[in-house]
Design a protein around this ligand. Sequence first.
Ligand code: GLN
Length: 473
Amino acid sequence: MDVTNLTIESILDGYKNKKFSVNEVVESYLKRIKRHDKELNSFITVCEKEALEEAKKKDEDLANGVKLPLLGLPIALKDMFSTKGIRTTAASNVLKDYIPSYNATVVDRLKDAGAIILGKTNHDAWAHGSSGENSDFGPTKNPWNKEYTPGGSSSGSAVAVAAGLTPIATGTDTGGSIRLPASFTNVVGLKPTYGRVSRFGIISMASSLDSIGHFTKTVSDSARILQTTAGKDGYDATLSSDKPKNYLKNLKNGIKGLRLGVPKEFVTKGLQKEVKNAFEGAVKILEDLGAETLEVSLPHTEYGIATYYVIQTAEVSSNLARFDGIRFGNKRTEFGDEAKRRIMLGTFTLSAGYYDAYYKRAMQVRTLVRKDYEKAFDLSSGGVDAIIVPASPTTPWRLGEKVNDPLAMYLSDALTVTANIAGIPGLSVPAGFNNGLPVGIQILGPQFSEDLLFRIGYSFEQKTEYYKQTPNL
Ligand code: GLN
């Protein structure tokens, strides 16, 4: 059977109406992975045997009338998600033989809801990067043009969904690692509010910025997955104790009368012309759908990258200390250049004498960035419901183009990092193509406004239907 265009919704409906079995679906995805992934390199580990065994069990469950929200749904997991009994590498040689003895909360939740793990996906080692090329398991290719990067760090998860190798894949977003690759591959990427989805069992990058989300083909699929992953687990102290909302309830309510802000600091000269055009087209569509768009200001946006690269590297240097070959990892240090660069930068900014000038300063600017957003979202004083911005300053670049220029690579995060600094949610949705390569927009909202982001994204998606386009492999 052809699974290329299947959404989560259509798979679960197909089971219900007995159009196909779980086994057929799982087999078809595994076949596609075999056929296409040698070239795309989106998976590090494929769990063929286990997935087929699970599929049999799920078919029995379905026959026995078992009701679970994701029963028989195949999923892929970024290789930063701990999986009991399945190798979890963080895409680094340091952990190439590491087999966790427990599951991340998100993995447990998805499995408990009936999902089946197809495999673990490729990404920049330790999630450090914007192109997927920092992986010790080789770069992932963009299925829309294999000479181009799919964006990173969650390169494999984005590609696996875009190429129809899985209907959903998880990701982590510390500075844009879900939203950027989603926009480069024509899929939907959700970075939830910090504190909405548990970080327990996910290999930490920068603990105050890490956000756990996922890639899907459609917005309603994204909402469905968040419904399963969101909420307190007793293991991540930063989780909100508020109950997750019903993310599917208001999806189809339309966006008439919503106030959508376009921050002038995001649409600058630095924005590539093609991105600007696609973005303006998207704003027009949102207006046609009945939203009111207005200019807002987020004055500290220009300090985003600098602030992020101080706070993030400081936290990275601390989090990577446990991979010293005593607690985790091999006796030989096998960190790649990018991890070493970040450990050194972070150690420097945290050292006595420099702490106040760098780390403390960055934390002060962090507060200013957060306040910018709070002010923009303050409806009682002329603010907006949500903000619309491009997902990336440029369209995808060629593989190899920026690997030797870390600063150029860091700058590609300019439009995504401030959401992590402020802890707010962001949804990246497809917004068209340029020269056959995808372009995306991001919808940003106040903390815990994922339901609103889905509602806006859904209206936009129903009008544009870019998700129906799939790459020619
Ligand atoms: N590209 C950014 C970085 O290299 C963000 C990575 C991420 O979100 N994990 O740090």
